[in-house]
Ligand binder design. Structure first.
Ligand code: PLP
Length: 448
């Protein structure tokens, strides 16, 4: 390894980081990690912290899973790459598709299309939705509807259905025909409705109205995260997604569940749709599919949608894909991760540890006016920081960053996004790890 002086001198100098200002990175260098152990990450100065971010919502099985690591090493020797474009494929991708249909059978999903990550998966799902209608002779169904506050990655399609201005403004014009409806976000919503169940009905009605306004025969799909993640961890009322399913069915609109974060256990169930008792038409996955050990993603397709493609003439050909779709190392990593996921059943730990984290944050809220709202579902929690609790004025993001830094010094890697604090630790954390996170949060709040 290069010595730490070299790394610090060059940190931020030549490497433009995603989601960051390249100039600011030079004056405020990022933390440099070079080791991890269990659920902890260790920086080049030897400072060890519990990772309350889980990498980036993805390292669900922690950093030290030797079954996954061994599978990766073996695959590098056996077949480091071969294309899965039509005509060729590889053994691990086939094995993975078999395991995936077993895992997602309760969600009514059986076919996999593999990608290199979440943004790719969203792009493919949006394309498949349009193509599905075109095959059926409904080529006018091209529009997409999504939730304000939703996050669907950064490609042009995903950015167009994103509901956070920050990820859109610098890149407009985005693709035409994308429309947004309010999310069932109890803390802030246009109706000032504080009853989550009533809000679910209002938000669902807004979707119904928007589809009608656009003309149902022009709408291809509605895409949503079962629990809004990057937008601030915003769980809907349990009734919401069922209402959405009914509305989509009534209007012939496909329902795309973006489970890039919620897939594989984070909600406390194997998938977010299972958590809410709903079956989607398409599901996007990435992140925990390899526990973050290799860039990989998937779109899962329902039997009914698959049937339309598979029985079609040439119009059913899926003319999109990536050099790394079904990458053998990625597929081998995902096979090992899925086997480990089935063995460990991490959703069984996610629910109780998430409840502990949420309860601990709620306790801190009683002492700290700066915490406007605490939310959570399974092992994803959100905390909204405000400078005025009554007016719900968002805290200055620079102050939120100061909080993040202080919490880091106190022993936990915590992620702020604007004035929101987002928690998504590995699903294998212990109660002791949750205590370590809460202790660090408390220390961080102490400086605000
Ligand atoms: N969809 C959701 C719900 C996400 O949370 C993310 C990333 O956080 C993406 C899509 C994009 O995934 P990626 O960053 O792997 O491209």
């Amino acid at each position: 390894m290069k010595d730490s002086n070299f790394l610090k001198e060059n940190n931020g100098r030549y490497f433009w980081q995603p989601m960051g200002h390249p100039g600011v990175a030079q004056t405020t260098p990022p933390i440099i990690f070079n080791e991890a152990d269990g659920v902890d990450v260790i920086d080049i100065d030897g400072h060890r912290v519990v990772d309350a971010v889980g990498g980036l919502w993805n390292v669900n099985l922690g950093y030290s899973n030797t079954v996954i690591k061994d599978a990766m090493k073996a695959q590098i020797d056996a077949l480091p790459y071969y294309s899965a474009f039509k005509g060729t494929t590889n053994d691990k991708a086939i094995e993975l598709s078999y395991l995936m249909q077993e895992f997602f059978a309760p969600d009514g999903l059986s076919r996999s299309f593999f990608t290199s990550g979440g943004s790719d998966s969203v792009e493919v799902a949006l394309k498949l939705a349009r193509q599905y209608h075109r095959i059926k002779g409904h080529g006018a169904r091209t529009k997409f509807i999504s939730l304000l506050k939703g996050y669907h990655g950064t490609h042009f399609g995903g950015a167009s259905v994103n509901g956070n201005a920050k990820f859109r403004n610098s890149y407009e014009p985005l693709i035409a025909g994308c429309f947004h409806v309010p999310a069932p976000y109890t803390y802030r919503n246009p109706w000032n409705e504080s009853d989550p169940e009533k809000l679910a009905q209002l938000a669902a009605q807004a979707l119904d109205d928007e589809i009608t306004f656009q003309g149902a025969n022009t709408v291809a799909a509605f895409i949503m995260e079962p629990v809004l993640g990057a937008g601030g961890v915003i769980p809907p009322h349990p009734s919401y997604m069922g209402l959405v399913r009914e509305i989509c069915d009534r209007h012939g609109v496909l329902l795309i569940a973006d489970e890039v974060i919620t897939g594989f256990g984070r909600t406390g169930d194997p998938s977010g749709v299972r958590h809410w008792g709903v079956k989607p038409d398409l599901m996007t996955l990435a992140k925990a599919i390899t526990s973050g050990y290799f860039p990989f993603g998937a779109v899962m397709i329902s039997d009914a949608v698959a049937e339309v493609f598979e029985s079609a003439d040439a119009s059913g050909s899926v003319d999109t894909g990536y050099t790394y779709s079904g990458h053998p190392i990625g597929a081998a990593t995902a096979v090992a991760t899925l086997n480990e996921t089935n063995r460990i059943a991490p959703w069984t730990n996610a629910a109780p540890r998430g409840a502990e984290l949420k309860a601990g944050l709620q306790e801190l809220q009683l002492e700290h006016d700066v915490i406007g709202d605490v939310r959570g579902e399974g092992l994803m929690c959100g905390m909204e920081l405000v400078s005025d609790r009554d007016a719900k004025t968002p805290l200055d993001p620079n102050e939120a960053m100061r909080f993040q830094k202080a919490a880091y010094e106190a022993g936990a890697m915590i992620r702020v996004s604007g004035h929101n604090v987002l928690f998504s630790p590995p699903l294998i954390v212990s109660s002791n790890d949750i205590d370590r996170i809460l202790t660090a949060v408390k220390a961080g709040l102490g400086i605000l």
